[in-house]
Ligand binder design. Structure first.
Ligand code: KG4
Ligand code: ZN
Length: 341
């Protein structure tokens, strides 16, 4: 294990975060300033507001991380930063901060893909083993990623429309739950039963996903009930939606497990915090694939943070990934592109 110290910055959406990691997973500092309360009022992230708050927070968050680690910037070996994907204005703030530090302290700059970060968050639980299958589920992503080796990424399947987190947030909004809706749908579903028939998602590819039809089916169900003055139980609708969405998520995942027989399977991204998803993986999927080790990250590692960018940054650094001062935020950054330095 190397002793490289990475200072990482993450600002792709509505969290301004900085972290410091030594080697592959020794966490020296982890600071996250979330904007979640600001968006409760709007029911969703407002990109323009997000970038302004990042500007206000970024210096303080980096200073706090250095203070937590009892370090100065001169003592770190490299600066890692989320280059994309994400909101352009938000990403820009983190990238500018990273470039400024790299320039001022003569440190190498390491651009990191946000999803690589989510996958590597699992390195805080255990050493990753390859070939590895990652189910990446967040507000912006639903992907099955196959990693034959340490720094190789192959996207087996993705969503044809909405990401699962995005669909959950929308369903939460129509059920008049607070933001972010997916979190509250998860809680409410525990009090309900899967009794309402909803449209099953249709997909083209073997490992692909789709959630917009299911989301529309929930909206139509509510509209029909309102039109006919028929009461419905929100908890039952939350549960019916969640079961349907998770089935659509896990069917392609099981096919990939069957066909690729990975040594390890990891969950990644904000929706990995979903209690029912965690339960289904532990009780139904894992026992069916005894030759695969299943890793479910702790809740603190699921949602956006910079610790995950630092770990991925550490691996990227070892693989020679470097950015120069022409580096710019890339909202459409494709996982697996520019993986070599
Ligand atoms: O990874 P993340 O923090 O940000 C993105 O990169 O998108 O994921 C945020 C997403 C939101 O859609 C949020 O509703 C969802 O993760 N989420 C959940 C739960 N906790 C967070 N969805 C379902 N159940 C949860 N417990
Ligand atoms: Zn994320």
């Amino acid at each position: 294990m190397s002793d490289t110290v990475i200072l990482a910055i993450e600002s792709s959406c509505d969290e301004t975060a900085a972290a410091i990691v030594r080697g592959d997973s020794e966490l020296l500092a982890n600071v996250v300033a979330t904007q979640i309360d600001v968006y409760k009022e709007f029911g969703g992230v407002v990109p323009e507001v997000a970038s302004r708050i990042h500007v206000e927070q970024i210096s303080m968050v980096i200073a706090q991380a250095l203070s937590q680690a009892h370090m100065t910037c001169a003592e770190v070996d490299a600066i890692a930063v989320t280059q994309g994907p994400g909101l352009i204005g938000s990403l820009h703030v983190g990238v500018q901060a990273a470039k400024t530090l790299a320039w001022a302290y003569h440190k190498p700059l390491v651009p990191v893909h946000h999803i690589a970060g989510h996958i590597y968050a699992n390195a805080f639980v255990t050493k990753l083993r390859f070939p590895l299958l990652a189910l990446v589920v967040s507000g912006g992503h639903t992907e099955l990623v196959y990693m034959r080796d340490e720094w190789s990424f192959e996207i087996l399947g993705t969503t044809q429309d909405d990401a699962i987190g995005e669909a959950g947030d929308k369903v939460g909004r129509v059920l008049k739950l607070p933001y972010p809706g997916g979190v509250y749908v998860d809680r409410l579903a525990k009090e309900g039963q899967n009794i309402y028939p909803l449209a099953k998602p249709k997909v083209q590819g073997e490992y692909d996903f789709s959630f917009s039809g299911l989301k529309s089916s929930v909206l139509q169900f509510i509209a029909r009930c309102e039109r006919n003055h028929e009461p419905f139980k929100a908890a039952d609708l939350a549960c019916s939606y969640q079961e349907c969405a998770l089935q659509a998520l896990l069917a392609p995942t099981q096919k990939a497990l069957q066909n690729y027989q990975p040594k390890m399977m990891v969950l990644a991204g904000g929706v990995a915090a979903n209690s029912r998803l965690r339960e289904l993986i532990q009780t139904q999927i894992a026992p069916t694939y005894p030759h695969t080790e299943f890793i479910i990250p702790p809740l603190s590692c699921c949602t956006d943070n910079a610790a995950m960018i630092a770990v991925a940054g550490s691996v990227a650094y070892r693989h020679g990934v470097r950015g120069d001062f022409s580096l710019s935020a890339d909202p459409g950054f494709i996982l697996g592109e520019h993986i070599q330095g």
